[in-house]
Design a protein around this ligand. Structure first.
Ligand code: ZN
Length: 197
């Protein structure tokens, strides 16, 4: 991987930068994969229950896209990179949603699968927080912000499963990443960040 200041600093603090980049690429691949499959899934959701789940998926998929975009600059700052094509992302990373096997018209089976993807994300960011705590403040803060939102996604799915959409806990900013938005730099493409490294 490329040498750069961010990478040297985290290594000085005892972080294996290659291992950290691998964790971040896996997380980013999963976010992208979720966004892609949630976009498609919305088309197959029918009926009152399907419509209610569609709204949750819309909020989750928007935030997952934000998570992807927030992770990419940090991966490049650390000298890493994403697979060259979208197809390679799923092939290399074996994301949960890339192996989706439920019938989309069976809402209950579908939600179990969505919960699996949410649990994977919670585990993934918990691991990154544990790995970087006290050693890489920037990655830790980013992973913790995403973790907050992933736990909320899990709660939204669980509430839907238990009580139906009408009792779903609402937050005003749903779909707008209240924790992660401060890490998003919409006018700064990843290529500019690479150059700064
Ligand atoms: Zn996410």
């Amino acid at each position: 991987m490329r040498r750069c200041i961010a990478r040297e600093l985290v290594e000085k603090n005892g972080v294996d930068a290659d291992q950290l980049v691998t964790m971040l690429v896996r997380a980013a691949a999963s976010e992208w994969s979720n966004y892609y499959f949630y976009t498609i899934l919305r088309v197959d959701l029918l009926g009152a229950e399907g419509e209610a789940l569609k709204q949750i998926l819309e909020d989750v998929r928007r935030e997952d896209l934000n998570h992807f975009e927030a992770l990419v600059p940090r991966i490049y700052e650390l000298g890493g990179q994403l697979p060259a094509t979208a197809l390679e992302i799923n092939a290399q990373q074996k994301t949960v949603m890339a192996n989706f096997a439920a019938d989309p018209s069976d809402t209950r089976a579908l939600i179990e699968y969505l919960l699996k993807a949410a649990e994977f994300s919670v585990r993934c960011y918990t691991d990154i927080c544990n790995y970087t705590s006290g050693k890489d403040n920037r990655t830790y803060a980013l992973a913790l912000a995403i973790l907050h939102e992933e736990i909320e996604h899990q709660v939204w799915f669980l509430e839907f499963l238990g009580h139906g959409a009408h009792e779903r806990a609402l937050r005003d900013e749903r779909g707008r990443s209240p924790f992660v938005s401060k890490f998003l730099r919409p006018n700064l493409p990843p290529a500019t960040v690479v150059g700064a490294c």
